[in-house]
Design a protein around this ligand. Structure first.
Ligand SMILES: CC(C)(COP(=O)(O)OP(=O)(O)OC[C@H]1O[C@@H](n2cnc3c(N)ncnc32)[C@H](O)[C@@H]1OP(=O)(O)O)[C@@H](O)C(=O)NCCC(=O)NCCS
Length: 190
């Protein structure tokens, strides 16, 4: 059976070099702090952000809403889940009666004290407005409040937009590896 493989990078940031805070968002966009009641909202934002992207070829859970919900359940039930580094962005323009769950990020902490960023995702129609930067800064400020000095993430090498985003926030590549496309077994990341 043919198994597609993907080149991936692990990228790291030294959190002592810069102080992060929760940034202002463009008009109509709001941050929501993690709460278990937001599990479906995170799963929705995650699904909308990843379903048509290259990482959905790598992680099969990313292709369906149910799979994204499983990913969220698995992250939030871990002992090393960090609510302070987990954020949702909601779009609710003035006078509108609808709400869109348009971006999300989750945070774990490894046993060695590394902040492990998971699933940075912005739904396609909300991209290019600074929400990717905002998610990262909010998560990194959560890690700093928790006292961590380093954070990392994984990214597919061909994902130029994400690489650009991570470099411009101060991440650098520390490891290169290959990952085979999935069955439902591995952690997600990046
Ligand atoms: C990567 C992602 C989170 C970026 O979100 P976003 O809201 O568009 O990000 P921002 O608007 O904050 O910034 C994007 C930056 O990338 C730049 N950019 C846009 N398209 C680009 C491209 N094709 N190649 C390189 N850079 C690009 C933008 O100009 C901007 O640059 P700046 O930092 O100099 O201003 C979003 O594209 C996404 O969700 N992708 C699908 C899911 C995914 O792959 N996530 C990453 C997993 S590791």
């Amino acid at each position: 059976m043919f198994v597609e493989t993907f080149k991936r990078y692990r990228m790291e940031i030294d959190l002592r070099r810069r102080s992060f805070s929760i940034p202002e968002l463009p008009e109509g966009y709001f941050f929501e702090k993690w709460s278990p009641a937001l599990l479906e909202a995170h799963a929705t934002a995650h699904y909308l952000s990843f379903r048509d992207e290259m990482d959905a070829r790598l992680f099969d859970n990313f292709r369906t809403y149910r799979g994204c919900r499983r990913v969220m359940e698995s992250i939030m039930s871990r002992a090393n889940f960090l609510p302070d580094a987990t954020w949702l962005i909601v779009y609710q323009p003035k006078n509108a009666y609808f709400t869109e769950y348009c971006a999300s990020i989750q945070g774990l902490v490894t046993p060695s004290g590394m902040g492990a960023i998971q699933n940075v995702g912005v739904a396609p129609r909300h991209r290019g407005k600074g929400l990717g930067h905002a998610l990262l800064q909010a998560a990194l400020s959560g890690y700093q409040r928790f006292g961590l000095t380093r954070a990392d993430l994984e990214v597919t090498a061909a994902n130029e937009r994400a690489l650009h985003l991570y470099h411009s926030e101060g991440f650098h590549i520390v490891q290169f590896f290959e990952r085979a496309a999935s069955s439902r077994r591995r952690k997600s990341n990046g």
